[in-house]
Write a protein that binds this ligand. Structure first.
Ligand code: 3HC
Length: 313
């Protein structure tokens, strides 16, 4: 009788662009890689609620407040889809949250920068959500089914977020000179941290080789960063703003923009926990977790009561 090699089956599925599903056999390192990436991604969504949540009470109009409130709620939902996708790989929600709350887990470096003005809310939607979409559109074709499907929904919502941010930037850039200055200041502060979101340069990215081999990522950090710059440089120009990079220039030969690298030492320092807001973000998450304890207890008690009632019926 012919024996089926599970690893060959896994490789054959990848080669045919088929999805790997939770009950399929998968190499242990593939599972670990996904748990690492998806849980970090989930943490980024949840921590990402904080910088903008900070502006909900100060939004300049009721319309702006409603939109921002919905956006921040969306990010919470994204975190939940992603935690659920990671749970399907055999890690518990408690383990992931514990890693976040004790500072062991990484989340996106971008959320360790402060939001100083309303223009920062615009810059986050435009640049940060724009960069997240650039990455996540690729992740819709990721090889792990639950991750890929979560991305489809997330990308739809992120597109609204990007437009919300660009609308704010448009209003400010074509507004009074003070408003335009505010937009320029936000662009100056968010440009390089946004470029860092794509991760270290390919030559310094320890995880990219496996991620590409296993089709978890379809494009590399540098490829996505370049595409983001090509798209965004034109928008900067349209807004009448100036990117804080004197080397940003169209290069006909490579059919893309030349640009300066962000300060990779700053990036390393931020992901080690030394960014401007790292401590504050962790403290906020820990406080929210403590304050939410009664909600979790009530939900568990309600679940138990329903279970007892359905058994008794
Ligand atoms: N911030 C924090 N850590 C980062 C980082 C960043 N911007 N970029 C890379 N790193 C970390 C990696 O997690 C890895 O750490 P580890 O090995 O200890 O886990 C290390 O730096 C080396 O980086 P690699 O390039 O080798 O690692 P990855 O292949 O994991 O690439 C990534 C980095 C591009 C972040 C990739 O993990 C990825 O595509 N992740 C999924 C998308 C994601 O997490 N996006 C978060 C953006 S925010 C968001 O979506 C919220 C939205 O509302 C705006």
């Amino acid at each position: 009788m012919e024996t089926i090699n599970l690893e060959d089956l896994f490789e054959a599925k990848l080669a045919k662009n088929e999805m790997i599903e939770p009950k399929d056999w998968m190499p242990e390192n593939y599972r670990k890689h996904l748990i690492r990436q998806i849980s970090q991604h989930a943490h980024s969504e949840i921590v990402g609620m904080l910088p903008e949540g900070n502006w909900i009470t100060r939004a300049p109009s009721l319309r702006a407040k409603l939109i921002l409130l919905a956006k921040v709620q969306d990010e919470g939902g994204h975190g939940l889809y992603l935690y659920t996708a990671a749970e399907s790989l055999g890690i518990t929600r408690e383990e992931m949250l514990d890693a976040l709350l004790t500072g062991k887990a990484k989340y996106s470096s971008i959320f360790n920068y402060p939001t100083l003005s309303w223009a920062d809310v615009g810059a986050i939607g435009w640049l940060v959500d724009g960069a997240a979409i650039m990455n996540q559109v690729m992740l819709q074709r990721s090889s792990y089914g639950p991750y890929s499907r979560a991305m489809v929904r997330i990308c739809k919502e992120e597109s609204f977020h990007q437009r919300q941010g660009y609308e704010i930037m448009t209003q400010l850039s074509f507004g009074t000179s003070e408003q335009k200055e505010m937009a320029q200041d936000a662009l100056n502060r968010w440009w390089y941290p946004t470029l860092m979101m794509f991760g270290p340069p390919d030559v310094e990215s320890p995880n990219s080789e496996n991620a590409i081999k296993w089709r978890i990522k379809r494009e590399t950090n540098d490829q996505l960063r370049q595409r983001f710059i090509n798209q965004t440089a034109i928008q900067v120009e349209y807004l009448g703003l100036v990117a804080p990079d004197k080397n940003l220039k169209w290069n006909e030969k490579k059919q893309g923009y030349d640009y300066s690298d962000p300060d990779w030492n700053e990036f390393k320092s931020v992901i080690k926990g030394n960014g401007i807001c790292n401590k504050d973000r962790l403290l906020s998450r820990n406080n929210s977790h403590k304050n939410g304890e009664w909600v979790r207890e009530a939900a568990i008690a309600f679940g138990k009561k329903q279970e007892q009632e359905s058994k008794a019926a």
